[in-house]
Design a protein around this ligand. Structure first.
Ligand code: AMP
Length: 588
């Protein structure tokens, strides 16, 4: 869509009419982005003027952008952690927000290694739902006839954790799906095949099984297949590989797998399951050849027009595998969001994943942008939403409705254009992030600590780690971490494998809590250490210098993805071991 054009589709006037309200909202918000932003901030400052946090900065009733910017500091999570801790422990006074904090959203990575707890309330939750519900309206504008079929969307919820003060803490998606607006969602989400009972079942096996079973029965009506993240959809494909025989059995006989024990889910699925031997034969035919699953998605769901899930940022690493399983179906990446707030939507859904830009919705938060070139000494003059410049990169800073003020998100975004007055932003990278398979976002410090922790086990064998690097291997499902180690002295051949295996386990125990959680629920595969020959890291340096790098500035990359480098490492591997046990998802 050309910059500044209005949303419209000459192909599908009917869909346009049905979803007119949502689309009109996008148009109104983006046309008036400056006013919407100003009002958002003013409303937040008025409402929260008596909070302990804002009172510290003597705004004296001012609600304008200039005063706000001159008095309120730019912060990271560590700055507000003590306030958050008090709320989590049960202090109900207006600390950050005058509205009640009814839940916390988990986000990965703090300096202490604990997940961040992002305060949230009903208003924030409704905002997230609003953006989520607009995605389908936009897709229908752009994909002719997609509203005539259904969506097979794999959505999951996880158990809440209660803070000391009794407030639930959950992931952003669990919060979204547990929200009242989702539970009672009207059109267009009732066009999806997964029943609420499956989405709310906390057991991943039972939930995935039920969602697949529903999708298989409705195979001919399915036009969209999706999950929140690309990694999630690939986990489902792996699940299908492992469980298609049982699924085909249920469909053949009309009976339900005895492992579906969750009472509401069992009751719901008993109503759905019915004998259909023809369908069972088809599934068996398509799935039996385990070596050739190319195009399996379209072979099983022949009318699928698109895959719908986030494929930008680190999720781009899964595109080749998605193409393999779907025969290159269009990949539609609609939403850019975080625990702190949902930012915006892709208004040009059918574009190539490398071209995706998200248009910021100005009613989601008050957004400021820190120009990247001003790093690292000063944040420079922060720029308002409507004043960013095309082609420039910025870090986004948000003020939301549940108590975050001028909070650095750590995401680097590039401005590619505007939709009316609101910028379209391409996700460039997350600052300080090294490895990501799902949403764990391991940073350099996490990795360094995990290597240090594991390497202690080498002492008694008279060796140590000389150098290391890492690689997110997404050719396996689920993806897993590969850590390359060069050792100071070789380990004895007969003990090497076992010792390195113990090191893999120790590394996993030391990685961040979200990593461990995702390992336990099967979203990340066992960590692998590959021991490389002595001198390999010197060769890496020589390679970098031969390509024009400076010897004085060379630093060992702690994560590699460039194929020639990975090839050098792989050609020097002496021994490989995997973790053989699951890490504890919480630390005692
Ligand atoms: P969390 O707060 O743990 O849910 O993670 C949110 C982060 O995930 C964002 O700040 C981004 O770094 C990343 N993220 C979310 N949506 C997208 C997207 N559409 N494209 C790229 N990265 C994303």
């Amino acid at each position: 869509m050309a910059a500044n054009s209005s949303l419209s589709s000459p192909m599908d006037p009917l869909a346009r009419e049905k979803d007119a309200k949502g689309i009109q909202l996008i148009e109104d918000m983006t046309r008036n982005a400056d006013i919407v932003q100003k009002n958002f901030l003013s409303e937040i400052l008025t409402r929260n003027s008596d909070t302990e946090y804002l009172k510290k900065f003597n705004l004296n009733g001012a609600t304008d952008q200039e005063t706000f910017k001159s008095k309120i500091p730019i912060i990271t999570y560590d700055d507000i952690e003590p306030f958050v801790r008090r709320i989590a422990d049960g202090d109900r006074s207006p600390i950050l927000s005058s509205l009640p904090i009814s839940e916390f959203i988990f986000s990965s990575g703090t300096s202490s290694g604990e997940p961040k707890l992002i305060p949230s309330g009903r208003e924030e939750s409704n905002r997230r739902h609003l953006l989520f519900s607009l995605m389908t309206s936009i897709i229908k504008l752009h994909v002719n006839g997609v509203d005539k079929g259904k969506g097979l969307h794999f959505w999951f919820t996880k158990a809440d954790i209660k803070t000391k003060g009794g407030i639930p803490a959950r992931s952003a998606t669990t919060s979204l799906f547990k929200g009242d607006l989702f539970k009672t969602r009207p059109y267009p989400h009732n066009m999806c095949t997964s029943p609420n009972e499956a989405v709310y079942c906390l057991d991943t096996y039972q939930s995935t099984y039920a969602q697949l079973l529903c999708g298989l029965y409705e195979r001919e009506h399915i036009m969209r297949v999706g999950a929140i993240f690309a990694s999630g959809l690939l986990s489902v494909i792996k699940f299908l590989k492992l469980n298609w025989e049982q699924l085909a059995h249920d469909i053949r006989t009309g009976s339900l797998n005895l492992k579906i024990t969750d009472p509401p889910l069992r009751e719901c699925m008993t109503r759905i399951v019915r004998p259909d031997p023809e369908l069972a034969d088809l599934i068996a035919r398509e799935c039996a050849n385990g070596d050739n699953w190319e195009g399996i998605i379209t072979r099983i769901w022949p009318n699928t027009k698109l895959l719908e899930m986030i494929v930008t940022g680190t999720m781009a690493q899964y595109i080749p595998t998605l193409d393999h399983y779907s025969g290159g179906l269009p990949k539609v990446s609609m939403l850019y969001g975080a625990s702190e707030c949902f930012f915006g939507l892709n208004l040009d859904p059918m574009c190539d994943p490398s071209e995706v830009s998200y248009t910021i919705m100005p009613n989601m938060a008050y957004f400021e942008f820190s120009p990247l070139e001003s790093e690292p000494d000063s944040p420079g003059q922060l720029v308002d939403l409507v004043d960013v410049e095309i082609g420039k990169e910025y870090e986004v800073v948000i003020t939301n409705s549940s108590g975050l003020y001028r909070y650095r998100m750590g995401d680097v975004l590039k401005v590619t254009g505007f939709h009316h007055k609101s910028p379209k932003l391409q996700f460039v990278r997350r600052k300080n992030m090294l490895l990501n398979i799902d949403w764990e976002k391991t940073n350099e410090v996490d990795l360094q600590e995990a290597v240090g922790h594991a390497a202690k086990l080498l002492r008694e064998f008279g060796t140590s780690v000389v150098d290391y690097t890492s690689y997110a291997d997404t050719s396996t499902i689920p993806g897993h971490y590969v850590i390359y180690w060069e050792l100071q002295a070789p380990l004895k051949e007969d003990s090497c494998e076992k010792v390195i295996e113990q090191c893999c386990i120790a590394m996993e125990e030391s990685l961040n809590p979200i990593y461990r959680l995702l390992r336990v629920d099967g979203s990340i595969g066992p960590l692998e250490i590959r021991v490389v020959k002595s001198g390999t890291f010197e060769e890496l340096m020589n390679y970098a210098i031969s390509k024009g790098g400076s010897i004085g500035q060379y630093k060992v990359p702690r994560c590699v993805s460039f194929k020639p480098i990975v090839d050098i490492l792989d050609s020097r591997v002496l021994a490989t071991s995997f973790s053989t046990s699951l890490p504890k998802s919480t630390r005692e």
